[in-house]
Design a protein around this ligand. Structure first.
Ligand SMILES: [Zn+2]
Ligand SMILES: [Zn+2]
Ligand SMILES: [Zn+2]
Length: 284
């Protein structure tokens, strides 16, 4: 037997790197390519150390895995190799769970939508409301019963920073004196955060504009109506908690005949502006 040198270089048979003979054994406790058994003892074949983690997480048939319907509420866990059996046996349960989850999510979505809708825009006195799908909404207003198809209400807005809260209300098929032949347009004051420090009644000049959306700016003939709230008009008193009443405005804002002309309706949409003249506002 040869007396070999401890300091001679040898190659690790697993990773192929060179080591001093005396350190080889220590290296192999950590060598990334050193074959070890799967901790789940799934297979007599050994696996390189660096691949064990991926093996257990993604491949090992003996590893315990969650049912893929876990997020829908199935608490089942089993070895990976028997998951298919569980899936086949539980189709009905899984469908029911998924269906319930879907309903929950639908509810959440509609809550989010309504939260989004109540975010109040702050304006500098000008709010422009786009009414899209005009035709369908007009037909609904004509033929559907129910207040929500007769009256469309804009998202709420503040007339200035820390100002009055308001929204627009439109009846595409008219109401009151305008019913059936006009678009009626109103402004409604809503209970706002700053009401207690604002001046009442609301007395700032208001104007409504229906835009002519002609591509030629020079030929546009937008329609505007303005008014000055008078002391004593009940619509401009400090609004109570629930606002059910009609706003203030024009039952005969624009006739349907006029609306068909020019580009008041373009891309099946109307653009309506309300301007509040803040120059006389006593800032809180
Ligand atoms: Zn090695
Ligand atoms: Zn394994
Ligand atoms: Zn399951």
């Amino acid at each position: 037997m040869r007396n070999e040198c401890h300091k001679r270089t040898v190659q690790c048979q697993f990773c192929g790197k060179d080591f001093l003979h005396e350190t080889l054994q220590t290296h192999q406790y950590r060598c990334p390519r050193f074959p070890i058994s799967c901790p789940n003892r799934c297979d007599p074949t050994k696996i390189p150390r660096e691949e064990v983690e991926v093996h257990v997480q993604e491949l090992c048939p003996s590893a315990t895995v969650d049912c893929p319907f876990r997020d829908a509420g199935c608490r089942h866990k089993c070895p990976r190799f028997s998951l298919d059996i569980h899936l086949e046996d539980s189709v009905k349960t899984h469908l029911t769970l998924t269906c319930d989850l879907l309903k929950q999510q639908e509810e959440q979505i509609s809550q989010l939508c309504s939260a989004l809708h109540t975010i109040t825009q702050t304006t500098e006195g000008v709010f422009i409301w786009k009414i899209s799908d005009y035709k369908a909404k007009y037909i609904d207003a004509m033929y559907k019963s129910g207040a929500s198809s007769k009256e469309l209400v804009s998202p709420p807005f503040y007339t200035s920073r820390f100002g009055y809260k308001a929204c627009l209300s439109v009846f595409l098929n008219g109401n009151g004196a305008g019913e059936g032949r006009y678009i009626s347009l109103y402004i409604k004051l809503l209970p706002g955060d700053f009401d207690n420090i604002l001046t009442w009644p609301f007395s700032l000049p208001v104007s409504f504009t229906l835009f002519d959306q002609s591509p030629e700016p020079a030929t546009r003939a937008s329609l505007t109506e303005s008014f000055m709230p008078q002391a004593g008009w009940k619509h401009f008193q400090k609004p109570a908690k629930a606002v059910e009443s009609l706003g203030f405005g024009y039952p005969k804002f624009v006739s349907h005949d006029l609306l068909k002309t020019r580009d008041y309706v373009r891309d099946d949409s109307l653009l309506i502006k309300v301007s509040v003249d803040n120059s006389g506002l006593l800032k809180p």
